[in-house]
Design a protein around this ligand. Structure first.
Ligand SMILES: [Zn+2]
Length: 456
């Protein structure tokens, strides 16, 4: 049987696939609210039953929080793992929803048909694209082309507290040739994307103390060191005139973008002016020789997220404060080592401290960037397969934020993850009236079938 038969089967089965998704969407699996614990359990049971209907060995696995669902099916190389999450965000403010968030329906809109309901896009609809692709494949071919492990989490929207321990305890079972993660979006409406870079994050909080107590500027103004002045000078020096970060060795491990990747990104025709214009800005403030897309995806940052010191209430007070503090974060890329950067940053700041000032540090997390090994043949196979399904060719893209699960596959299981998703910017995930375009769902299923065909 050919891929075309499987795609035809997917087209014919779309109404039933949509009904199955609607069924799953009716379960209010809000992971953060203990009142919905039984519903989270019910969503896990629903998925176990659905995987079993495909012929998979599937079970609900307990954790201290909500259960994981793990299933295995098929044989042969490569061994693929598919990750998605069945929990959803809370729904308030409920009054902003046009209908009950857990009474989902297929709606006709100006921009086409959408599946409306909490979790439609994040992540039940996306999760089911892969399950439905497997279902159609089995219906046509009798079995899947390779071994597949399903791994569904129920705590993604509440910080994934059980994920790392579970992955460590079940490392052997969850280690595969490649992990597929479906929880991201398209680039624009017609361009599929494979996320291959995720920025890491380092958080630091520092407090500079000068005098032993707050002073009056009429009495001490002049001779007394003001810690706000010290802090401001240090912060002002963290970037040079070209927008580069001045911390020594900060750029160690920052890879240069390959010509091929740069060309791909240029081909995306990203609307730089519109991107900034949307938030009332016009000038990119990062490194001056980089495009905004590079600044977000492939370059590191240093940002001051908050400053505190002195009198900030109404009115006026001529205080010389004893302390001033700041919260500073770094987004990291490539092989930048968060612990090295922390060490170098602290030394750099401490070297600038004048006499009579002391500094206290408080750390707020450190996670390295994720950089996928795209020379693994599955990446290019998936990119070509996606390009066949969508109007525009697929692109390898970066992600300015952090998606911890991708990093865990790498650090715990030494497995590269392919992040492929079909969400759209206007899906209103985490907000009222969440939706998933029926075309995202349909083409998403077809995309996975093409990818299965291409990688196996
Ligand atoms: Zn999600």
């Amino acid at each position: 049987m050919s891929l075309d038969d499987t795609l035809a089967r997917i087209d014919a089965d779309l109404p039933q696939a949509t009904d199955r998704l609607l069924d799953l969407l009716r379960i209010p699996s809000i992971s953060t609210d203990p009142a919905y614990k039984a519903d989270c359990d019910r969503a896990a049971d629903w998925l176990v039953a659905d995987l079993k209907s495909l012929g998979a060995q599937a079970e609900k696995r307990p954790t201290p929080g909500h259960p994981m669902v793990v299933g295995h099916i098929g044989e042969g190389a490569p061994h693929l793992l598919f990750y998605g999450h069945y929990d959803v965000q809370p729904v308030d403010p409920l009054e902003l929803w046009d209908r009950d968030p857990f009474d989902p329906e297929l709606q006709e809109t100006e921009k086409g048909k959408v599946i409306r309901g909490r979790g439609a896009s994040d992540d039940k609809g996306q999760l089911m694209t892969f399950v439905e692709a497997c279902r159609a494949w089995i219906a046509v071919n009798g079995k899947l082309p390779c071994k597949i492990t399903f791994f569904f989490e129920g705590e993604e929207e509440s910080g994934s507290p059980s994920l790392v321990p579970f992955m460590k305890e079940n490392a052997e079972e969850l280690t595969t040739d490649i992990a597929l993660i479906c929880d991201t979006g398209l680039f624009g409406d017609d361009t599929p994307a494979i996320v291959t870079m995720l920025r890491g994050l380092l958080g630091e909080e520092l407090t500079i103390t000068a005098a032993s107590k707050d002073l009056h500027s009429g009495m001490y103004g002049g001779p007394a060191m003001n810690p706000i002045r010290v802090l401001s000078k240090i912060i002002a020096g963290l970037h040079d005139d070209q927008g580069r970060i001045t911390v020594p060795h900060f750029y160690d491990g920052v890879p240069e973008l390959s010509d091929e990747m740069r060309a791909q990104w240029q081909g995306l025709n990203f609307d730089h002016a519109g991107f900034l214009g949307e938030v009332g800005l016009s000038q990119p403030a990062g490194e001056q020789d980089r495009t905004p897309l590079e600044m977000i995806w492939s370059r590191p940052t240093c940002e001051v997220n908050g400053i505190k010191g002195g009198y900030t209430g109404d009115g006026f007070k001529t205080v010389l404060p004893s302390k001033a503090s700041a919260k500073i974060s770094f987004r990291l890329v490539g092989q930048q080592d968060p612990h090295e950067i922390r060490k170098n940053f602290r030394a750099y700041v401490e070297n600038q401290l004048p006499e009579d000032c002391t500094i206290d540090w408080h750390e707020h997390g450190a996670s390295p960037a994720g950089q996928m090994q795209i020379d693994h043949p599955a990446f290019e196979a998936a990119r070509v397969a996606l390009s066949a399904e969508w109007p525009n060719p697929a692109a390898y893209v970066g992600c300015g934020g952090s998606i911890p699960i991708a990093g865990y596959f790498k650090t715990i299981l030494d497995t590269d993850a392919m992040l492929i998703g079909f969400g759209k910017d206007d899906d209103q995930i985490h907000s009222p009236n969440e939706k998933y375009d029926l075309t995202s769902f349909h083409k998403g299923i077809r995309s996975w079938a093409r990818i299965l065909d291409a990688v196996s």
